[in-house]
Design a protein around this ligand. Structure first.
Ligand code: SF4
Length: 435
């Protein structure tokens, strides 16, 4: 092999198979794409051991991608049910699946995922370490944390969330600057607790070079975790969040020196008026590395509807530079999502991503909307269902209240503006009242 990672290949001017696939999918000039991968502005997460992957590129100038979180947990331990969710998520358009398994034989599910799923696979090794070692958190050693990273890399994981930004300095800043909701990142809270109990430095920060060696060997993309992402509007853009981001910017440069691909994880909960500024700050501090946002949720008051609060924030974030959206389901803050929640979350994220792609001028994005509008003008219901983002729901809704006249819908019936305009412009008489 003449290269280690996709970034290394791009820096050597090598057009890898993955680069060619991404350029073709995105309808993007391959030489320009190669330069962006070399610069770290586009990433192509694809572990050498994930043989069945269909590669995708992530970068603000490309189509916005979405991630779906799944995984086995104490309350949902059926591998087959979880795999069903994976397959339907991919069918519904998710480009990435994050396996957040936290119960039982997590390696079995992870390996199954890497051997069967063509989407990018992400994990959070911190969660797995807690399950894998079967011992109290403070007993886990620095080496054991790193061993889990290596195990995930060997299993074929394409990107890993590594909470390396919350070092002793960030933790001290967090303690000095009180927050309303402290640390809401699961991985962040675990590593913060470990640091508090052991008095040691964050092992992912302290041994970052060893993590880079693992990532370089397997071509694992680092998703630099945001332990200090705001968990409520009151904590948005505070000292802890920015302090951690500065550390992530420094670590990004160190990763790039070893040709390791990087993306940065972001907020969180955030008022709408702060989102664009946050995207700009991230882009500047993290040198243009792709931004992966977890929401942002634009209000705290909508449990049961957080797929909507996240879609609003995700659309604004993506329009302003974020390139990867983590889905949020209606079950967020309440319980584990079921299949319906997963579907609602994916559709909401896809709407946000597509709305942003239109605004960003991503080639071909508007064509989809044109196709729907053309079908609407013709009142061609079958064609509308075909191009709808959720054909099943569109078809079901129409069938639930069938119109008297087949060429309208029950919303306006005889008053159908589309039908009446088509007729009058065709020279027909439009009466409405007695039709
Ligand atoms: S009936 Fe009203 S809502 Fe339905 S297609 Fe016609 S104009 Fe649109």
């Amino acid at each position: 092999m003449q290269y280690t990672t996709q970034m290394d290949a791009a820096r050597k001017g090598i057009h890898t198979e993955a680069l060619k696939i991404v350029a073709e999918k995105e309808n993007y000039d391959i030489d320009k794409l190669c330069t962006l991968v070399a610069e770290g502005k586009v990433i192509i997460p694809c572990n050498k051991n994930h043989k069945g992957i269909v590669p995708n590129g992530i970068g603000s100038m490309l189509k916005t991608k979405i991630n779906v979180n799944l995984g086995v947990s104490r309350d949902c331990k059926d591998l087959d049910v979880e795999m069903q969710k994976v397959h339907s998520a991919v069918e519904m358009g998710a480009e990435a699946i994050m396996d957040l398994s936290s119960y039982g034989d997590t390696q079995k599910f992870r390996r199954k995922l890497c051997s069967e799923c063509p989407a990018m696979i992400g994990t959070v090794p911190i969660y797995d370490a807690v399950v894998y070692y079967h011992k109290a958190l403070k007993e886990i050693t620095s080496q054991e944390w790193l061993d889990i990273v290596k195990m995930h890399a060997e299993d074929g994981v394409d990107f890993m969330t590594i909470h390396c930004g919350i070092n002793k300095e960030t933790a001290a800043k967090f303690k000095r600057n009180k927050r309303l909701t402290n640390i809401v990142s699961r991985g962040g809270s675990i590593i913060f607790a470990w640091m508090e109990m052991t008095g040691e430095e964050n092992p992912f920060y302290e041994h970052f070079d060893e993590i880079l060696e693992i990532c370089q060997k397997y071509d694992v993309t680092l998703s630099l975790g945001d332990a200090c992402r705001p968990g409520c509007l009151a904590d948005a853009t505070d000292a802890s969040q920015i302090e951690e981001l500065i550390t992530l910017g420094e670590l990004t440069k160190r990763a790039w020196e070893k040709d390791v691909q990087v993306m940065i994880e972001g907020p969180g909960h955030m008022p709408m008026d702060q989102i664009a500024a946050n995207m700009k700050i991230q882009e500047t501090i993290c040198h243009g590395a792709p931004f992966y946002v977890l929401g942002p949720l634009v209000t705290d008051v909508a449990p049961g509807y957080d797929h909507i609060t996240a879609a609003i924030g995700g659309a604004i974030a993506a329009m302003n530079g974020a390139s990867f959206l983590c889905y949020v389901t209606p079950a967020e803050h309440l319980r584990l999502p079921n299949l319906d929640d997963v579907k609602e979350g994916i559709i909401a994220s896809r709407i946000a991503a597509h709305a942003a792609d239109i605004a960003k001028g991503v080639p071909g994005a508007k064509d989809w909307d044109y196709a729907m509008s053309a079908a609407r003008k013709k009142l061609d219901w079958e064609q509308m269902f075909d191009v709808a983002i959720d054909p099943e729901k569109a078809r079901r809704y129409r069938a639930e209240a069938a119109p008297e006249k087949e060429d309208t819908c029950s919303m306006c019936g005889n008053f159908c503006a589309v039908k009446n305009m088509n007729r009058i412009l065709d020279g027909e008489i439009v009466s409405i009242y007695d039709e």
